[in-house]
Design a protein around this ligand. Structure first.
Ligand SMILES: Cc1ncc(COP(=O)(O)O)c(C=O)c1O
Length: 522
């Protein structure tokens, strides 16, 4: 897959007037590797010239990129300025470089986009056809598919939040305050669990708001729940171990266990959450279960008390682990959120995972996991081997943000905002579709599911809807097992009240057209 096909999600989005951040192209003056050989019969200026020319032709240097001044390159190479000046003069004359008055020297912008060489040092290497050997674990993952619905930024896109309501002014004040008063200590190596101050703050929050049983020493700060899942899988399961997965479920969650080489066991979900009896029948001896009990992804059910008990008892009797992903437990519109499963666990069998991706914004990449105390040593060992520890800045800023009350204020505001969006959406869906679409899971979270009438293909619907700037996901790819329901996962986190009704009308048009087409086919 060509990496250039990856969409860029950026907070520097023109749709974010409050962000107050300017996009600026940064021209760097990086030095390509120049092996100066004083014993060579090739003069120094020629060696420098050749290195730059090859680096440009092989696109190791990009057009428009700044090159170091002759003075700093000479200092870097430990040579006099004369050969550098002479090489630069030739590169300028031949059009490889261009200079701007007072602005430095750059790789010429007028070079043709496709240069005659590619590959190492200008040599075109013929690669064997087909893919070369890579690890079996990486092969087990599906290829990235640039399907439209995953990357639409418009109405009904899933997993997105109302970033335009994020208090960027307060946030940037806290960021600058941190850097104004920064001390040396957090800038050096810190601990693999994350900053103690931040973990204290998270522990207080989780105990109060999510009834999680924890002290700060059980909390590890991670770069979002995806990393928490990756670390947890590495600590708890071996290749070949069976893991229960909700079906339908969260695809990226599933992929963390695929990467760990696990045997994936789809376990159906219903309005009480994971069907534990079905799990027992399929693989009683599984090593772990990955669940979203507060708000099942994507169907939206809350795991019932009896299922919770059954699941905890299974884990205790079989020595299995439960991985609880509480990704949006904060957003509940009709009644109070249920306590976390971890809070009901008397056997220390639950690993609890939380994220700020929904409550703040996803590119913050900030989350946490809460582990049983006796596992801390293994989690730390694995974390050190992976990425050592999290970056300091946003831990400090977020800690202040929470302690100064901005976080709870933001949660209250966004809860009202999302509640309003959800109500408008449900009303519009009922008005335009009547009972043709069944709505599920609208009591909480930032999305709901609308199941489609028999005969519709949800991927076809989603593709056509995307062409009309409606970015709902098809439901069927969330299934792992053989049965799947056709439906749409409709996000409302980043869909403004004004956008909702017109988008529902566009969606209706898609379904009407498909119905007519099916009518002509039958
Ligand atoms: C079930 C589930 N877990 C976790 C997340 C958030 O993941 P992360 O914290 O890696 O951004 C999402 C986001 O859509 C989700 O749907």
């Amino acid at each position: 897959m060509d990496s250039s096909n990856w969409p860029e999600t950026s907070l520097l989005d023109p749709a974010l007037p409050q962000a107050g951040v300017m996009m600026r192209k940064v021209a760097t003056g990086f030095v390509p590797i120049i092996a100066v050989d004083r014993t060579s019969s090739v003069p120094l200026h020629r060696q420098i010239y050749d290195t730059y020319r090859t680096a440009i032709l092989t696109q190791k240097l990009a057009t428009g990129q700044k090159v170091p001044s002759s003075r700093s390159l000479a200092a870097e190479l430990g040579v006099s300025r004369i050969p550098v000046l002479s090489a630069y003069a030739q590169l300028l004359e031949e059009g490889y470089f261009e200079s701007k008055a007072g602005g430095g020297t750059f790789v010429s912008r007028s070079l043709p986009e496709k240069l005659p060489f590619s590959g190492h040092d200008g040599q075109v290497k013929k690669l064997s056809s087909g893919r070369r050997a890579v690890s079996r674990r990486s092969e087990s993952l599906p290829s990235f598919m640039p399907v439209p619905w995953l990357y639409g930024r418009g109405a009904f896109s899933v997993g997105q939040v109302a970033v335009e309501h994020f208090p960027f002014q307060i946030w940037s004040r806290l960021v600058s305050r941190y850097y104004r008063g920064v001390r040396a200590s957090p800038l050096h190596f810190s601990g693999p669990m994350g900053s103690k101050d931040f973990r204290n703050t998270i522990a207080k929050y989780l105990r109060t708001v999510r009834a999680v049983n924890c002290d700060p020493d059980q909390i590890m700060v991670v770069n979002g729940s995806q990393q928490a899942l990756d670390i947890t899988a590495r600590v708890l399961v071996d290749a070949g171990d069976s893991v229960w997965l909700e079906d339908p479920g969260y695809r990226l969650g599933r992929q963390a266990f695929m990467l760990a080489g696990c045997e994936l066991v789809p376990v159906p979900v219903d309005e009480e959450g994971l069907d534990v009896s079905a799990g027992l029948a399929a693989a009683r001896n599984a090593r772990a279960a990955y669940v979203t009990p507060s708000h099942q992804f994507p169907m939206g059910s809350t795991m019932s008390p009896s299922r919770r008990r059954q699941l905890l008892e299974w884990a205790q009797s079989e020595g299995a682990w439960i991985i609880e992903d509480d990704y949006d437990g904060e957003y509940r519109y009709q009644n109070l959120p249920p306590a976390s499963l971890q809070g009901e666990d008397r056997y220390a069998r639950v690993i609890y995972i939380g994220t700020f991706s929904k409550t703040l914004y996803p590119s913050l990449r900030m989350g946490y996991l809460v582990m049983p105390s006796d596992l801390v040593d293994r989690f730390v060992a694995v974390r050190l081997a992976m990425d050592v520890y999290p970056s300091d800045l946003f831990q400090a800023v977020l800690s202040d943000f929470i302690q100064e009350g901005h976080y709870s204020r933001h949660l209250r505001r966004t809860r009202l905002l999302y509640r309003e969006r959800r109500e408008i959406l449900v009303k519009a869906l009922r008005e335009h579709f009547g009972s043709a679409l069944e709505i599920r899971g609208e009591e909480s979270g930032l999305h709901l599911v609308a199941t489609l009438p028999r005969g519709f293909d949800d991927q076809q619907v989603a593709k056509l809807a995307a062409q009309r700037n409606v970015w709902a996901w098809p439901l069927s790819p969330c299934y792992l097992g053989t049965t799947s329901q056709q439906g749409l996962v409709i996000g409302f986190g980043r869909t403004t009240p004004e956008e909702i009704e017109p988008a529902v009308r566009r969606l209706k048009r898609v379904l009407d057209e498909l119905s007519r087409y099916r009518g002509t086919m039958s």
